[in-house]
Write a protein that binds this ligand. Structure first.
Ligand SMILES: Nc1ncnc2c1ncn2[C@@H]1O[C@H](COP(=O)(O)OP(=O)(O)OP(=O)(O)O)[C@@H](O)[C@H]1O
Ligand SMILES: [Mg+2]
Length: 773
């Protein structure tokens, strides 16, 4: 078992074997920080530390699962099972289920996701009669979120003249009231939003010393990954919990701090040595993830930032190919280039889709990439954006289930009380809401007591409301004995939600029905998973918690092989052999919204550093000369970040001679092609956009005239027509060979060739550089 220690280099061993007490590992990307954390946990356990006494906080639940799996391999799964590992939110949600009652929350509290919070705020703004163009609910939500993450309660808000003045200046003098109403309504609904999970944990630990002491004694060893991105609220929790034993191990990289817009505070890293005594400080310098060209290019970028800790990152990996830069006339062409390039790599090197990731600055960029991948039949998965669980039909079913668990859940109730339609209109809902606010009760409770209040609701509607309550109660009774799957299936049918979409009959409706089936499948999996762990009934409440806190990466079961599409923010900590960073354009990346101060620009640069360092073997940077943004075609300039990379590590793929026809010819990216057609150019700032390359309209015309030109393919190979089974050929890289088989047509025509050197390879003819002998 001790062997696993030898899977570490000397610099990594030191923090893994560090004795008790605080320690911090600050190191660049890919140097093994996460590995150190994982192995340290295994090491602690092998030295007799009880898994129950270890708490590990990660950036995604997926990362936690992977770490747990590795630890299981080392120390055995029965022990590893008892480790508390997960994101801050998921770990502290569990803790609040136990002790939240001290703050007045039911143990079955609902977790409001961002959408729920925004809907509630929007309702409050409306009820208060405020101008929704001034009090924009998304902005209001952001502000409240940042207050909470800085531990500014409503009371603290009113005591802070700066905040009051800032909101008054921003013509939002009633922010405080909105904040108060929002907090009250969440509380009354037995709900916590994401920020509450941290804020209330802090409150619990400060107000109840016995609770603090309980968890201090339980979590004797605390380990935090991606420490550079913890916010103030998270920082305080970690500080409080580790205060007694001081066995705190944090790992991070200031150069990868990319969440300051959500309150992440890099000073948490910088102050660590002040916060604890006798801090063990460790540095890792060797990168194991990426080729030398990638590591060096990344170093050359981050060197442009002024505010950073001194750090060395080197690798003994091979040089690898250059960072490839590609320019397209339009975003659609950029998508086609990326899809084409992935296709070629897959064909030539027989790689699975999971080896590829396309990273972008904003979610909306995914569309062009998706279109192109679909045309090539390359399966992909988008992470982020509107998640599965936020789709309307899924949220409808989940809302019924949420009500079963917590009938006070106002957002759930409002969603489905009249879906499917049962004649309970908006005016009835308005009356119920007013009454609920007046009596300080939930809407559900008001409905339960309709007979006792005079609400001017006619008897027909009263009966319908009564039926609704009876239905939910019948589900609650069923929930006492049935497992989560049986209950959910019953709910989906009995409420009429499934039927509603079935009746609809449109492809859209059918799609929604299928999504609900998919949800039920998911619940079934969950039930079976729970059964393997314990005999206990798989509880729907637990499933709902998983769903509410699932980061998008968590749904990735790894079962199916797909290209990953995600924002750079989400890609933190991950690695892929091939990475395409798309939309490398000024105003997009760096984002136009983040260029007004040096700090903002430096954060964008760190984001770029994160993007590039996800790549193991090969990185592509692509940009378009024109792009559709907000429905308009705009000209774009190459990102300054491309220029910042040391030229030595860059190869420009944009062929100069055929500039005019760039969109029609994909450049060979395997170097088989005649190099004289390429010129190493560094993209110039201010290159006149699409100067002599065709715009979308011209392209469309061209395609009409000559349809085969419009297909985004590589160079049509001139030898192709002469090739037949038995032909003798010469390949620039593989040498002489004989064609044994030809299959496919058009762009997909492939030849199986037995080369004299002994290999048999299947090559895509339009890319293969073959000479017929
Ligand atoms: N000593 C080692 N020997 C072999 N492979 C290693 C070693 N250390 C780390 N690796 C591998 O290098 C890769 C990067 O490691 P890891 O993800 O732990 O780095 P990191 O510092 O956490 O990166 P990031 O900053 O991106 O989060 C992983 O694939 C890991 O398994
Ligand atoms: Mg890591």
């Amino acid at each position: 078992m001790e062997n696993y220690i030898n899977e570490l280099n000397e610099a990594q061993k030191a923090p893994v074997l560090h004795k008790d007490g605080p320690l911090m590992v600050i190191a660049g990307a890919g140097s093994g920080k996460t590995r150190v954390l994982t192995y340290r946990i295994a090491y602690l356990m092998s030295k007799g530390v009880d898994a129950f006494n270890i708490l590990s906080l990660t950036f995604t639940n997926k990362a936690a699962r992977e770490m747990k799996k590795r630890i299981s391999d080392i120390v055995g799964s029965s022990e590893a099972k008892n480790l508390m590992m997960g994101t801050f939110h998921s770990v502290f949600a569990k803790l609040l289920r136990f002790d939240g009652d001290k703050l007045g929350y039911p143990s079955n509290f609902t977790i409001y996701d961002t959408q729920d919070s925004q809907r509630l705020l929007s309702a409050i703004i409306k009820e208060m009669g405020l101008d929704k163009d001034i009090y924009k609910y998304k902005q209001v939500q952001n502000r409240i979120s940042s207050y909470k993450n800085s531990l500014i309660t409503v009371k603290a808000y009113y005591n802070n003249p700066d905040l009051l003045e800032a909101d008054a200046m921003a013509k939002k003098p009633r922010m405080g009231e909105i904040y108060q109403n929002y907090v009250d309504r969440c509380f009354k609904a037995g709900a916590m939003d994401f920020d509450d999970l941290l804020l209330r944990t802090n409150e619990l630990l400060t107000r109840f010393p016995e609770v603090l002491s309980k968890y201090q004694n339980r979590f004797r060893y605390i380990l935090v990954d991606e420490y550079q991105d913890t916010n103030h609220s998270q920082y305080l929790i970690v500080k409080a919990l580790s205060d007694k034993f001081q066995n705190i191990c944090v790992v991070g990289d200031d150069a990868q701090s990319i969440y300051s817009f959500r309150g992440a505070n890099i000073s948490n890293i910088l102050n660590f040595q002040k916060d604890y005594d006798n801090v063990g400080m460790y540095r890792l310098e060797q990168n194991y993830r990426s080729t030398r060209n990638i590591v060096n290019a990344a170093n050359s970028i981050i060197a442009n930032n002024k505010n950073q800790l001194e750090k060395v990152v080197w690798t003994s990996n091979e040089d690898g190919p250059m960072i490839k830069v590609h320019q397209s006339p339009t975003d659609a062409e950029e998508g086609r280039f990326v899809a084409g390039s992935i296709f070629e790599h897959k064909m030539q090197e027989q790689l699975p889709n999971g080896n590829f990731a396309v990273l972008y600055r904003t979610n909306s960029q995914s569309r062009a990439i998706e279109d192109a991948l679909r045309k090539r039949d390359i399966p992909y998965r988008i992470y982020g954006g509107l998640s599965f669980y936020q789709r309307k039909e899924i949220k409808d079913v989940l809302s019924y289930l949420r009500l079963v668990i917590n009938p006070k859940d106002e957002e759930a109730l409002k969603r489905i009380i009249n879906f499917p339609a049962r004649g309970i209109g908006q005016s009835t809902m308005d009356k119920l809401t007013v009454a609920a606010n007046h009596y300080n009760r939930s809407i559900f409770e008001v409905i339960e007591n309709l007979d006792r209040i005079d609400l001017k609701i006619n008897s027909g509607t009263k009966r319908k409301l009564g039926d609704f309550v009876t239905m939910i109660k019948s589900f609650q009774i069923m929930n006492e004995s049935a497992d989560a799957f049986v209950l959910s299936e019953h709910v989906a049918k009995k409420t009429g939600v499934l039927l509603e979409f079935k009746k609809d009959g449109t492809p859209e409706g059918i799609g929604k029905m299928e999504n609900i089936e998919e949800l039920l499948n998911g619940i079934k999996d969950f039930v079976e998973g729970q059964r393997e762990l314990a005999d206990a009934k798989a509880d729907i409440g637990e499933f709902l918690e998983d769903v509410a806190l699932a980061t998008d990466l968590d749904k990735d079961t790894g079962d199916d092989d797909r290209v990953a599409l995600m924002t750079i923010h989400l890609a933190k900590g991950l690695e892929f052999p091939y990475v395409y960073v798309v939309g490398m354009e000024e105003d997009l990346f760096p984002s136009a919204m983040s260029m007004s101060t040096r700090n903002e620009l430096e954060e964008e640069r760190r984001l770029f550093y994160v993007a590039l360092t996800r790549a193991e073997k090969q990185a592509y940077l692509t940009f378009a000369q024109t792009r559709y943004r907000w429905g308009k075609l705009v000209d774009a300039e190459p990102s300054r970040f491309i220029e910042e990379i040391d030229e030595k590590y860059i190869e420009n793929l944009t062929p100069i001679k055929s500039h005019r026809y760039t969109p029609l010819i994909d450049v060979d990216i395997f170097g088989d092609m005649d190099k004289s057609r390429l010129r190493q150019i560094k993209p110039m700032k201010g290159t006149p956009p699409s100067g002599n390359s065709p715009n979308e309209n011209q392209l469309r015309k061209l395609r009409k005239l000559k349809p085969e030109l419009g297909v985004p393919v590589g160079n049509t190979n001139s030898v192709d027509p002469n090739l037949s089974e038995g032909s003798l050929v010469n390949h620039t890289r593989f040498g002489r060979g004989q064609v044994i088989k030809i299959e496919g047509v058009g762009n997909d025509k492939k030849a199986e060739i037995k080369f004299d050197k002994g290999d048999i390879k299947k090559l895509l003819l339009r890319f293969a550089k073959l000479e017929v002998l």
